[in-house]
Write a protein that binds this ligand. Structure first.
Ligand SMILES: *[C@@H]1O[C@H](CO)[C@@H](O)[C@H](O)[C@H]1NC(C)=O
Ligand SMILES: *[C@@H]1O[C@H](CO)[C@@H](O)[C@H](O)[C@H]1NC(C)=O
Ligand SMILES: *[C@@H]1O[C@H](CO)[C@@H](O)[C@H](O)[C@H]1NC(C)=O
Length: 120
């Protein structure tokens, strides 16, 4: 049990190291965090169906984190865009409904053509 909890707690840190993201500096969001939060949403983004509860938790966490500043929203937008581009079969219309489905609307929509530097 203790071992399991420890492993879970260390996972975000491990991913930060792996992606060489600037962790904890300035409490800004980074792609490692965004990836962890949104990974449970990937099956829904491809196949649809029911939204997994962990996905909604991730969406809410993301919205809380990117609420801090415009810079955070722009960063998160780019992370989502880059991440989604690597997932074959991802349905952008579907992932853009997730905020509303989870009761925590995302302040922007992400498409391959979205210019994340214009997110406000
Ligand atoms: C935090 O961010 C501000 C503005 O983006 C920057 O000037 C400052 O150096 C940063 N602080 C750290 C510890 O990175
Ligand atoms: C985001 O910030 C606004 C205003 O500061 C607040 O009303 C809202 O509840 C926050 N949303 C989240 C998801 O934290
Ligand atoms: C995105 O928007 C920024 C700010 O308006 C602009 O400088 C940049 O050229 C745009 N990038 C693309 C690819 O359109």
């Amino acid at each position: 049990m203790a071992k399991l909890l420890c492993g879970v707690a260390l996972l975000p840190l491990l991913i930060c190291i792996l992606v060489a993201a600037p962790c904890v500096i300035n409490a800004t969001i980074n792609c490692g965090e965004v990836t962890i939060l949104l990974t449970p949403c990937i099956p829904f983004g491809i196949f649809g169906g029911t939204v997994p509860p962990d996905c909604c938790k991730g969406i809410k966490g993301l919205n809380a984190a990117q609420n801090a500043s415009v810079a955070d929203r722009r960063t998160a937008c780019s992370c989502i865009q880059e991440g989604a581009a690597r997932i074959p079969g991802i349905n952008y219309d579907r992932i853009n409904t997730l905020g509303d489905l989870c009761g925590s609307p995302c302040p922007y929509k992400v498409y391959p053509s979205t210019n994340c530097s214009e997110v406000s």
